[in-house]
Design a protein around this ligand. Structure first.
Ligand SMILES: Cc1cc2nc3c(=O)[nH]c(=O)nc-3n(C[C@H](O)[C@H](O)[C@H](O)COP(=O)(O)OP(=O)(O)OC[C@H]3O[C@@H](n4cnc5c(N)ncnc54)[C@H](O)[C@@H]3O)c2cc1C
Length: 455
């Protein structure tokens, strides 16, 4: 596809299949997705975004929005269409007095954390540094600090979008409030976010640990982990109970390296002693691995960064509670993982600040006690079947304990789970917002909410 006269009014870079940077520019996190866009518009400004959208409309090109490239379904790439690539717009400006961060639509959490950390301020990001701020937040944004500060979207002050027809719209509590509501979870359906403003929270200290045991110890570790939360763990305590492949790192004993191991990821919004006190029953089990250590939150965010270029399949199930039977299924299903691999068989504790804002925003199901999240990453196509079957199997087996809700950012197959993600009433309300801001459904590649049709 010729970029034609778009070149004359475009400040960023336009990349087509004939250009040298094309292969690199179309590479995304999930190597299973191999789509060849006609044009990748690496935007420098909001004016570029509007020009690229106009070009796509004139040439009837399907539009994909790309930031961190971490959509497991490959929503940031269109086959034969136009990619609005936001990565050049990655500035983050912090106002420490107002405790806000103004973030461009292509920034990653690494950009965000490196800008906020020097001020001792933060917000709930995800769990790795390489995901896009916009993609993660507009879908909700579940992260290590969520039990303390809610989902990432709960901390939004405003979002500025370029809509499909090239208008610039800012949404906040006071302006375009219905759009602002929709952006808290249904966010990639209405336009290209060029700027997001976040409220920041003080975080003077943070503590991290990656505690490891042989896989056989998993059920006992899981029971102790559950007891912590059932006994009312502080909201500062986040992290996960997990099975992973023991990484070949210095802090991992040799007999656990490259083997299936059970583990606890500890992220505590506070100092080391408080963190140790909060997980004392777990430490009694004498874990190997990285012991609780205070470190900058921006480093914690990189601690389990997954490598790009693997094949990916993910799913998730919100659990109302974790009776013995559910914990037993969770532990047993870990044996079906592809090992060694960077896959993670995770159980996140929910609760704390997560529930507080549930009724206000389109992601209502915040009452789950835990989220089981099989996150499959593997290398060899010969393992495709095993990896998918493991993720699906875990979720199917846990369904009797599920609240019925899902968090769509954790799903590889979202089309038929929109109602489980938003609830019927919210989905209808989102469809009305969609009809107002994107009636032609230009933005349809990610958790697509269909515009409400006139009666
Ligand atoms: C390794 C890994 C770890 C993850 N960890 C977490 C986690 O801890 N918590 C969590 O909640 N999710 C997590 N996710 C899921 C992730 O949040 C979603 O896949 C999210 O959509 C990725 O956003 P992105 O910008 O990186 O991806 P992209 O593929 O670039 O974008 C995905 C979609 O987001 C939308 N989008 C992106 N930028 C914009 C924009 N500027 N304006 C409007 N829409 C936009 C578009 O629809 C786009 O297609 C993780 C994913 C991976 C691969």
């Amino acid at each position: 596809m010729e970029a034609g006269n778009l070149r004359e009014r475009f400040e960023g870079e336009l990349i087509g299949p004939e250009d040298a940077p094309y292969e690199e520019a179309r590479a995304i996190f999930n190597s299973m997705i191999d789509r060849r866009p006609a044009l990748i518009a690496q935007c420098e400004t909001a004016t570029d975004v509007a020009a690229a959208l106009e070009h796509a409309r004139e040439h009837e090109l399907e539009v994909a929005i790309r930031s961190g490239g971490h959509s497991v379904t490959g929503a940031g790439l269109s086959e034969g269409g136009m990619v609005i690539d936001m990565r050049r717009m990655s500035a983050v400006n912090v106002d420490p007095a107002a405790r806000t961060a103004t973030v461009q639509g292509g920034a990653t959490w690494s950009d965000f954390d490196r800008a906020t950390q020097p001020h001792g301020l933060t917000s709930t990001g995800g769990r790795v540094s390489t995901t896009g701020v916009a993609g993660l937040t507009l879908g909700g944004g579940s992260g290590w600090l969520e039990r303390r500060y809610g989902l990432a979207c709960d901390n939004l002050e405003s979002v500025t979008l370029v809509t499909a027809d090239g208008r610039t719209v800012t949404a906040s509590e006071s302006d375009n409030a219905e759009l602002f509501w929709g952006l808290h979870g249904g966010g990639s359906n209405f336009g290209v976010a060029t700027e997001l403003v976040f409220r920041l929270q003080p975080l003077p200290a943070a503590t991290f640990a990656l505690l490891l045991w042989p896989a056989e110890a998993g059920p006992e570790v899981g029971r102790r982990y559950r007891e912590l939360f059932e006994a009312g763990a502080p909201d500062e305590l986040g992290g996960a109970f997990a099975y992973i492949t023991g990484p070949p790192e210095e802090f991992v004993p040799e007999h656990l390296q490259n083997e299936l191991v059970s583990g606890v990821v500890l992220v505590y919004a506070g100092g080391e002693q408080e963190a140790r006190d909060a997980i004392a029953p777990i430490l009694e089990l004498e874990p190997a691995g990285l012991q609780p250590t205070e470190m900058p939150y921006s480093e914690i965010q990189c601690a389990i960064d997954d490598p790009p270029g693997y094949r990916n399949y993910w799913s998730a199930e919100h659990l109302a509670s974790l009776p013995d039977e559910a914990l037993e299924i969770f532990c047993r299903r870990a044996e079906d993982m592809v090992v060694p691999s960077p896959s993670q068989h995770i159980l996140f504790p929910w609760g704390g600040a997560l529930g507080a804002q549930g009724a206000r925003w389109p992601i209502p199901h915040r009452d789950a006690s835990y989220v089981a999240h099989p996150l499959g990453l593997w290398e060899d196509p010969a393992d495709d079947e095993q990896a998918r079957a493991w993720a699906r199997g875990l979720c199917e087996d846990l369904r009797p304990f599920s609240t019925g809700a899902v968090y769509l950012n954790f799903e590889s197959a979202s089309e038929d789970r929109l109602e489980a993600g938003f609830g019927r009433e919210n989905l209808d309300r989102l469809a009305a917002v969609k009809a107002e801001y994107d009636p032609e459904n230009v933005f349809h590649l990610h958790h697509n909410i269909k515009p409400l049709q006139p009666a």
